[in-house]
Each structure stands twice: as C-alpha cells, then as structure tokens.
Design a protein. Structure first.
Lengths: 85, 85
C-alpha cells in the first residue's frame, strides 16, 4: 500500500448562480482591482492508502459522488499524487 | 494585454481547527471509506487581463492579501495560466 493525496475540486456547474463569488468579485472591484470574472470552488485534500494511483483516484471519485459533490449543482475533478514525492 | 486565469487556493494554517473538514472525514468513514486525513481549502479562479503572467500573479497575490485570505488563519498559493492555452 502506498500513501496518496487525492485532491477533489468541486465547482458549481456553469449557469448555477454563485452569490458569494459575485460578492467577492464586487468587493475586489470596490478595492480597486480590475478583473473580468471570479469563480469559487471547494477543494478537499484526502490522504489515503491504496494499491495504486488509479485505485486512489477511483476511491476519491466515489467519495465525490457519494458526499463531496452534488451532481445536480456541481462538476468535480480528482487529481492524485503520491505523498512525499 | 493578455487574458489570464489566476487560481488562488486558500488553506487553513496547520494547527488551526477545521470542524467542517473533521465532520466531512467522519461522514466519509461512516459511509465505509478509509482515509487517514482530510483537509479543505477554498479556491478562487480570477479572470484578469495583464501585461504578463508575472503581473497577473502579483495582482492575484495582492487580492489574496487584501481580501481572499486572512493572514492569521490562512496560507495561500497563486497559480497563473494564460486563458485558452
């Protein structure tokens, strides 16, 4: 078994309103920053032991489907790295 | 000017309690998943026009310092990519 870190990034699907991101963008603009768009996402870094990077990715994918993401609202992606490399 | 996307990832510093991440981890374990740790982070994807990738990174860094991160609680990193590449 090898120790991996799976990073699951959960984003709102295009077209889903994100008032928090809108407020953050407006506040940055009020502070004088110029930007054309701002999107927010949640990221989960999961440490887990698995036989292979593929097995770790599969388990993280299942975690996203079961709990971390809501398929109606969210898209997600999973990136796996071996720990300490 | 070139269009860039700056991704600012804001994490709690080591040692700062994160009850939401703890609850997420416990819920995953209750669902039968084995994991050794889970950390959560906020990610902001900022679209902006700048003269260079360095200039875009500098501005995103300033946004993190002014608004997106709280230096007492958070560490952050900034990754800049040219749009549409």
């Amino acid at each position: 078994m090898t120790a991996y870190t799976a990073t699951v990034t959960v984003r709102l699907k295009r077209g889903v309103l994100d008032p928090e991101a809108d407020t953050t963008q407006k506040t940055l603009e009020r502070l004088g920053f110029e930007l054309s768009d701002l999107r927010s996402a949640d990221q989960f870094e999961v440490d887990l032991d698995a036989e292979s990077a593929d097995a770790a990715a599969e388990r993280a994918d299942e975690m996203a489907q079961r709990l971390l993401a809501n398929p109606t609202l969210h898209d997600y992606d999973v990136v796996v790295e071996e720990q300490g490399v």
